[in-house]
Design a protein around this ligand. Structure first.
Ligand SMILES: *Cc1c(COP(=O)(O)O)cnc(C)c1O
Length: 427
């Protein structure tokens, strides 16, 4: 157990000892007022690796040099470019390579997966999800329910935090699933809630869903590259994620999907099909009759967006070098240090100016810490920006920050604390 101290020398010492310290150099850090910013929005848009431009340029050059031949004769032939990813994503997701496919965008994948795994019947048609899920997920769920002819009011059950609390108790999730065991078709949660930063116990939720006879899926937008995942072992049925948050693969970057092996081998499973999901050996025979690949690739529709995938590859190569274990260890330390600093700031006031709404329990959070400012939240947020801190504002009074292990430092966290304290002392 490390004894944290709210001092510059302590933060510098932690940075010096950090086995991942060299990775910061591999990223472009945005500059504000002539100085490197304290970039705490890696949970929203991860920073650009310095290698990304070369990776993308290589594909542009192959296109220039080879034209259509680049599909088979480029340096990384585009025909199987997407096959570079499952192996690298496997330790990040805790999944078998055959269960992973990189394709499309996040919300598109959510719809594709719900098409296969939300198959309501007259008795079983409900979806259990978290209250205040990310809006795109809410809209996806609502429209899927309507598509099947059900009423969202009846078919969607949201699990809420208890009165006076910000996060959802696992007991309430499990009880809701049990109470609706006969009518629930699907349990669909985020891995980490985008607003509170609460990480859900996916293993328990998955078990409870299956015990109730339902299927279970997760939106991992805020979980992938951030917390430990063991999708295969937890027997999660499906999951999807985007690559532009913790995975640093660029705005609107190509997304991903996980489908458990027990489902990928079932070629009869209903799905929306496209030619890229068809068996490779006969894909170019262009014949009638869709025969899916028996891996997660069987859910692919279109040929791959190579430029976006090149950016993804640049970032995943860094993840491979850093190693997920070391990233998780440093990520935990950074967020614990941030908690310590905020508690220390609060201790200087008679009434706490900051309420942390992210759970403090290490198993219930990732890098993100969401802070509710009791007074003058918006002013403080604007002032942070002027002082070179890039954080994220959510109405009515929450500031979200994430210190991410690939490029943030303990000094970033210390400096953030100094700035917040100075602003609070003045206001
Ligand atoms: C970021 C995020 C999205 C964004 O969806 P896109 O399809 O990538 O635009 C959706 N859901 C969650 C939970 C998110 O965090």
């Amino acid at each position: 157990m490390i004894q944290f101290q709210n001092t510059k020398s302590f933060a510098q010492e932690m940075d010096e000892k950090d086995p991942l310290k060299a990775f910061r150099e591999q990223f472009y850090i945005p500059v504000i007022n002539g100085r490197e910013s304290i970039y705490f929005t890696g949970n929203s848009l991860g920073l650009q690796p310095k290698t990304t431009q070369d990776y993308v340029l290589n594909e542009l050059e192959d296109w220039a040099n080879f034209g259509v031949e680049g599909h088979f004769h480029g340096n990384n032939p585009w025909f199987n470019y997407h096959e570079l990813f499952p192996q690298q994503l496997s330790p990040i997701l805790g999944a078998l390579p055959e269960e992973i496919v990189v394709m499309n965008q996040l919300t598109v994948n959510l719809h594709l997966l719900m098409t296969s795994f939300y198959r309501p019947s007259k008795e079983r048609y409900k979806i259990i999800c978290e209250a205040k899920a990310f809006p795109s997920d809410q809209y996806a769920i609502e429209s899927q329910v309507k598509l099947h002819g059900y009423s969202p009011v009846d078919a969607i059950i949201e699990v809420n935090p208890r009165v006076g609390e910000h996060t959802i108790q696992i007991e309430d999730i499990l009880n809701t699933i049990a109470a609706n065991a006969d009518s629930t078709a699907l349990v669909l949660f985020g891995g980490v809630n985008y607003y509170t930063g609460q990480a859900f116990d996916m293993e328990l939720i998955s078990k409870a869903a299956h015990h109730a006879g339902a299927l279970c899926g997760f939106d991992l937008a805020h979980a992938v590259g951030n917390i430990e995942l063991k999708l295969h072992e937890w027997e999660v049925d499906f999951a999807c994620w985007c690559s532009y948050k913790y995975l640093n693969s660029g705005p609107g970057g190509v997304a991903g999907a996980f489908i458990h092996q027990q489902h990928t081998i079932n070629k009869e499973l209903p799905r929306l099909a496209g030619w890229w999901g068809h068996e490779k050996a006969t894909r170019f025979k262009m014949e009638k009759g869709f025969r899916p690949i028996a891996t997660a690739e069987g859910w692919q529709l279109s040929n791959a967006p190579i430029l976006s995938m090149a950016a993804h590859k640049a970032s995943l190569d860094l993840f491979e070098d850093a190693g997920m274990d070391r990233l998780l260890t440093k990520g935990k330390l950074l967020s614990e240090f941030l908690f310590f600093i905020i508690h220390d700031i609060n201790a200087g006031f008679t009434e706490d100016p900051i309420e942390i709404i992210t759970p403090e329990n290490i198993k219930e959070k990732g890098c993100q810490v969401s802070m509710l400012f009791i007074k003058k939240g918006k002013e403080i947020f604007e002032s942070l920006k002027q002082h070179g801190v890039l954080a994220d504002w959510r109405e009515p009074n929450v500031i979200r920050v994430a210190a991410v292990p690939l490029y943030n430092t303990f000094t970033d966290v210390f400096q953030f604390g100094l700035i917040v304290k100075a602003i609070l002392d003045k206001s």
